[in-house]
Each structure stands twice: as C-alpha cells, then as structure tokens.
Design a protein around this ligand. Structure first.
Ligand code: UD1
Ligand code: CA
Length: 461
C-alpha cells in the first residue's frame, strides 16, 4: 500500500497574465486551467490538496467537494506553497502538479508514479526536452543523473543552453520531502522559496533523484501569459478534433473549427467550416452543422440539420429538426422532433411541438406551441407589456397567418386559424377563425378619378 496525495499548486498570482482573474480560472477549450490537473489528479489520488491564494472563493467553488484546500497567505514561491500543504498530506507518495500545465496526460503521470515507486527514489522529476527552453527551469545532470535544477533567471549563459527543462511535475517520498523543504532558502533572484531547490538538496545529500523526460514535450507547456494560453489552446483544440474524428465525426476544416473539451458529438455528424461548439453541449449522430454555426450549452438529437449561421444557446433541439440559416435560439428554447425554424427566427423560453414550422422572420418568446403548427412569416409573440412577461399557448394544428401579432397572455385552441395580419388580443377557441385587423375598403375607379382631379388642377394654374 502506497498512498498517493496530489498537491496542486494554484496560489500564484499569475502576474504575467495581467488579469483581475486568478490564472487557473482562465478558460482553455471550455474548462478553467485548474480543471485539467484536477481531472488527471482524480484518476490517481487518494487525496487532493489544492494550494490557493487569499480571496480565492471562486477557485474553491470551481474545485469541488473532494478537494482539501490550504491557503498560502503570502506568495513566497513554489517550495513555500508545497510546505503549506504539509498538514493536509498523508504519508506515502506525493505528486506535485502545477496548476498552469494543463496538457499533461494520465499516461504520463502513471509512468512517472510507476517509475518513482519502482526505483524507490526520494524524488522523481518529470522533465521535457524542448526546442525553446527559455523561461523554464533547466535540469542540470552530471554523469547522467540529476544534479540540480536552476531557474531561467538564475542560470548562467551556459546553463541557459540546456534544453532539458523542469515541467514542475514531481513525485516525492513524503518522509524525505518535508525535511528537505525545511532547508530551502530564498537566496535567488526572486527571493522566493523554490521547490526546485528541495530537489537539488535531495540530490546533493546523496538521495536517489530520478529525472525522466516526457515522451511528448508539448505536454509540458506551461501557461504564464496569454500568448502561452493561446498556444496551449491551439494544441488542446487539435487534440479534441483528432479525438472526435477518430470517433467518427467528419470535420471539413479542422483549422477553423472550435469545439470545447466538454462537448460530445455522435458519429457521422458533419461539421462545416467556422463552427464553434462550446460548453456542456451534446450533438447526436448524423447531424449536419452548417458553416458558421455557434452553439453553446446545446443539446441536439440525431439527424438535426443546421443550415449556416445559426446561433444557439442553452436549448434543446430534438431529432430530425431543421434550423436556419440565420436562426437564433436563446436560452430554454425546445424545438420538437422534425420541427423547422427558418431564417431570422428568434426563439426564447418556448417549446415548439413535433413537426411545427416557423420558417421565416418571427419572434417566439415565452410560448408553448403544439404539434404541426404553422407560424406564418413575420409572426410576433408580444410577451412583454413593459412590466412583466406573459405566456402564449398555441394548440395542436393551429395555423397562424403571416404577420400576426399575438398579444400575451393568450391561448389559441387546437385547430384554430389566425388570419394573416391580425393583432390577436383575446383567446381563440379551438377550431375558430380569428381575424384581428381593420376591414379592407375598396374604392372602385379611385385611381382614374384621382388622375382626373390632378389634370383639372394643373389646367387652372
Ligand atoms: C516553475 C518552476 C520551473 C519550471 C516551470 C514549469 C519553480 C521555482 N520553478 O516556474 O522550474 O520549469 O514551473 O512550468 O518551481 N505557485 C504557488 N505559490 C507561489 C508561487 C507559485 O502556488 O508562491 C504556483 C503557481 O500558481 C503555478 C505554479 O506554482 O501554478 C508554478 O508557479 P510559476 O510562478 O508559474 O512558476 P514558473 O516560473 O512557471
Ligand atoms: Ca508556470
């Protein structure tokens, strides 16, 4: 039995982000940075300890109930941060994960932990050999073994040439970590207590320190500023699209397709260029997502067809429905099976029944629309009287003529007809025809009479 505590370092101010928000709450493909180390930690840890800074309520809320928190009152460095976690840590092994290195895979950590346990090391450091090591701590070896880690800003020009870097991921034997950390001094360029110095101390004291390079150095990319956030996001995005394509999703242009890590998509669905799918969205199989569609927190059934440029948020679209081009679902729209929502139609907090059609130029808000209803072009539900919102209920098989104004609260019974151009202010019983417009007046021969009057007027002048 070798218990494993994972310490996630998340107290840094993230100065280089120049943000009011804690760095680890910045979003990366639909999850906060913190979500990534937490996800891999949960795969192994007996206990997860998160080091947070002061006033980190938002970070605590994001982390979840299974996490133990310690507060680092003053940011005195990574070594100081780990030391704060000591009272929350058990015996056995300690895996340290930085909060700002999101691309680490579970396989890599499994290999690191396995190597650490098998070798009986005091510390095992995950390293990476990279083309551009600038900014990272360098791993200095002697006779192949790790001798010391030196921070970029403390390194000599020769040391800066070393391309093997410290990923900030370590496995420690708890019993040997704590005494070493207690010896770390803040005698460096930043005046901070460096965790890397604890590793160097263990090596110098003759303890066994292992350093194993990660197979894919991209996993080691850290996020210190927004350029790195974008660079890491580009890699994560590619991974997500690769996974989806291997799962059977066709992506016509991966270079312009943005899908969050939190999204699921069924096989044989086709994503056209410039599609963005965000948040807790799920898309069924055999769907077509047209060019430029932007989906956030959406649920789509199978065989849904989105024509180009639909903007859909926090809503449900059932199987075989067809939407767009240019349609807008605002939160809590629910489009029934086989329904059709066409161009320049906005739907908010409304349900459209099976096979119902709203093909053009409508606003449907706070409405419950039954099955097989036809909503004519230009129909508007007037749901707001300037003070409160009111509901419109439209029964099964209703025909609403074009350019109707439906003033809520309003109920239109099953099978009723609303004549085009009506303003409907009173309930319509089932099967009735409602006309709510001025009677048309026809004046025969009016144009000829008008022309004659004009001719007479000019003759007088
Ligand atoms: C650190 C390592 C460096 C390594 C790099 C990899 C040290 C001294 N340096 O540098 O060798 O190459 O990561 O990405 O460890 N944090 C705290 N409290 C603090 C300071 C930092 O919790 O007082 C947290 C940060 O929130 C962050 C992590 O520790 O998640 C790393 O800190 P950061 O300042 O980003 O270190 P780097 O300069 O990147
Ligand atoms: Ca960092």
């Amino acid at each position: 039995m070798n218990a494993l505590t994972v310490i996630i370092l998340g107290a840094g101010e993230g100065k280089r982000m120049r943000s009011r928000q804690p760095k680890i709450l910045h979003q990366l493909c639909g999850r906060p940075l913190l979500g990534y180390p937490l996800r891999v930690a949960r795969a192994f840890a007996d206990r997860i300890v998160l080091v947070v800074g002061p006033n980190a309520d938002a970070v605590r809320a994001e982390a979840g109930d299974d996490v133990h928190f310690v507060e680092q009152g003053e940011r005195l460095g990574t070594g100081h941060a780990v030391l704060q976690a000591k009272p929350e840590c058990g015996p056995g092994s300690i895996l340290v994960l930085p909060g700002d290195v999101p691309l680490l895979s579970a396989e890599t950590l499994e290999r690191l932990i396995g190597h650490h346990i098998a070798s009986g090391a005091a510390a095992t450091v995950l390293t990476a050999v990279v083309d551009r090591p600038a900014g990272y701590g360098r791993v200095l070896r002697q006779g192949g073994r790790l001798k010391r880690i030196v921070e970029d800003r403390d390194a000599t020009d020769d040391e800066k040439k070393v391309t093997e870097i410290n990923t900030s991921v370590y496995c420690f034997d708890a019993a040997r970590l704590w005494p070493a950390l207690a010896q770390v001094r803040a005698d460096n360029d930043q005046g901070e207590y460096y965790l890397t110095d604890a590793v160097s101390l263990l090596a110098r004291a003759g303890g066994r320190v292992e350093a194993i390079p990660v197979s894919d150095p991209l996993e080691a990319m850290g996020v210190n500023d927004r350029r790195q956030l974008a660079a890491v996001a580009a890699i994560q995005r590619e991974r997500i699209l690769d996974r989806l394509m291997l799962e059977g999703v066709t992506i016509l242009d991966p270079a312009t397709t943005y899908v969050d890590d939190t999204v699921t998509i069924g096989p044989d669905t086709v994503l056209h260029p410039h599609v963005i799918v965000q948040g807790a969205s799920s898309i069924g199989g055999d769907c077509i997502i047209g060019a430029g569609c932007h989906l956030t927190d959406m649920r789509l059934g199978d065989r849904v067809r989105l024509k180009p440029y639909c903007v859909l948020t926090s809503s449900i679209v059932e199987e075989d429905a067809e939407l767009g081009p240019f349609c807008h679902l605002r939160p809590l729209a629910h489009i029934g099976p086989g329904a059709r929502v066409g161009n320049f139609v906005e739907v908010k907090k409304s349900r459209l029944g099976r096979g119902t059609k709203a093909p053009h130029l409508s606003y449907i808000g706070d409405a419950t629309v039954g099955d097989r209803v036809n909503i004519g072009a230009g129909t508007i539900t007037c749901n707001y009287d300037g003070v409160a919102k009111h509901e419109t209920i439209i029964g099964t098989g209703v025909f609403v003529g074009t350019n109707s104004t439906l003033v809520a609260p309003l109920t239109i019974g099953d099978g009723a007809y609303v004549a085009g151009g009506s303003t409907i202010t009173h309930d319509v019983p089932p099967g009735a025809l409602a006309l709510g417009r001025a009677q048309q007046v026809v004046k025969e021969g009016w144009a000829e009479k008008r022309a004659k009057r004009r001719r007479e007027a000019t003759q007088k002048d």
